[in-house]
Design a protein around this ligand. Sequence first.
Ligand SMILES: Cc1ncc(C[n+]2csc(CCOP(=O)(O)OP(=O)(O)O)c2C)c(N)n1
Ligand SMILES: CC(=O)[C@@H](O)[C@H](O)COP(=O)(O)O
Ligand SMILES: [Mg+2]
Length: 635
Amino acid sequence: MASSNEEYILNKIDSPADLRLLPSGKLEQVCAELRQYIIDVLSENPGHLGASLGTVELTVALHYVFNTPIDRLLWDVGHQAYGHKILTGRRDAFHSLRKYKGISGFPNPNESEYDAFIAGHASNSISAALGMSVASLIKGEDQRHVVAVIGDGAMTGGLAFEALNNASTDPNNLLIVLNDNNMAIDHSVGGLSEYLVNITTSQTYNKMRYDVYRGLRKLNLISEDSRGSILRFNNSLKALITQQHNLFEGFSIRYFGPVDGHDVNYMVKVLNDIKDMKGPKLLHIRTVKGKGFKPAEESATEWHAPGKFNKETGKRIIAPSTIEPPLFQDVFGHTLVELASKDERIVGVTPAMPTGCSMTYMMKEFPNRAFDVGIAEAHSVTFSAGMAKEGLIPFCNVYSSFMQRAYDQLIHDLALQKLHVVLCLDRGGLVGEDGATHHGVFDLAYMRPIPNLVIASPMNEHYLRNLMFTGYKYDGPFVIRYPRGKGVLVDWKNEMTLMPVGKGRKLTDGTDVAILSIGASGNDVSKAIELVSAEGLSVAHYDMIYLKPIDEDLLHEVGKNFSKIITVENGVIQGGLGSAVLEFMSDNGYYPRIKRIGIPDKFIEHGSVPELNKLCGIDVESIAACIRNLVSFEC
Ligand SMILES: Cc1ncc(C[n+]2csc(CCOP(=O)(O)OP(=O)(O)O)c2C)c(N)n1
Ligand SMILES: CC(=O)[C@@H](O)[C@H](O)COP(=O)(O)O
Ligand SMILES: [Mg+2]
């Protein structure tokens, strides 16, 4: 914070141009104010706190040195870009972060010209930035700098490695800033994270290399354009000092660092030094996730996205514990342990979301049988397929929207070989404040065309458990899709039973209209039916449970007995349950009037789940209105 005799500066920075007018001596103050502003706002309006606190100095240094938005700045994942938002004209709007009609929690070019590329899903920044850097050369815009900021977690994604590989050959002047805090949401995992720790321990070597390099440049003994000579210089220096091999230089990408990512003035100096170098280069900075807010520094996973908190006491504000239904993710986690304790062939796999999906329970109970494979959704599926081929029974848990990354693996590696993997898709449906990048609304539609897959979705916790048990017993790829958040049953721990594959169930009888739903949306359908029943309407409700194979007996029954049908799903209308029912009715000579309720053909913004459900017409009131309208033929 500004001391009493210092004027508050942040309010005067309406764009990075204002920042760049400040003397460098003021940058530390800007950082302090920026950090405090993030803490102040997020304590009341929750968001991704830890990552953005860790990048305060980097953000200030980048906007100070680079001529944004002409220079392109890409944030990987984008959850660390709150400081960037505040410095780029969104300071006052920051209070509306992640709220319905407010600013997005991630960079989005539709929101600001300073947001150079869409972000939300990890590991795309180097590819996109490389494309921009190559484009600027082809277009003759050689003055334009392109910078990708990527975390050590996001760097574990395969896409990032594909981009590094490409960056090493196609001409470009890309700068990659590797923001290394040794954390993803949970602890960073794998060889890369160990490697980065090792580089850090050889800091003296790297600093010496950088200092010698600066000296030679000052003496004009090496030239900027002569990439080969720099590499030769690096190599011979390396040979002089140590046999150590640098991964990035192995890719022909110049490596600088590691530097202290909380020393804003030093970063300004380094960035100024390296920004005009030709060719691809990587600056490795070390930061602390949650920097400047003690509880967040001490417990980074908890404070990744902590919800509301008291900024004075450092305590999270958690609703007083009443007896409530558990989170679906927790039911998954406990049930997996229960199954795994009876069959040692069961293993668990998560791509970097152990806390989020509650694989942590399995990791604690059976550390040798649970795997966090890093931000690597595609790999997680094929890795699971490999284990299944050898007789293990993997439960691979992937957030629905991140699963989009693994479509070919699903088809080629899993379904084609009909391997026994239970694929648990958490966060299916609208997820709320994370918005368009994170809604898990495409899964039912994109999986339905894939042969050999069984696709199921539970209406409540008992069905989740039953489906996990059925998936465990079923010899083939078995997908279970369930939503973010709480279930509906306080008493969730039932005796698990087999659910006949491809069989749905009738929940209520009725004559006016039949509603076919899948998954937890069925609970809203039940409530809507209660509303219209009180008005004298008679509605039959079927919980399909399985999208594939779909229950054909049930559909014949509905086709024969109803002239009006409503389908309800928390997924895109095109291709999911509604489409399956339309196809079936048409193929079998039934011609009822069918109204499909689901997510319309557009990307859905951020907001609370109830707000978005209403927006999409999948909330209780909208379903009830649809029933009334269909009965009177106006729907
Ligand atoms: C494809 C994909 N998988 C998983 C996630 C969930 N996720 C968001 S942030 C994050 C950790 C990122 O770690 P890092 O890049 O090191 O950033 P940090 O939070 O440490 O700053 C993960 C796994 C995601 N956004 N995208
Ligand atoms: C930035 C990111 O992708 C994750 O932090 C995501 O927001 C987690 O979502 P949940 O809160 O549903 O676990
Ligand atoms: Mg990290």
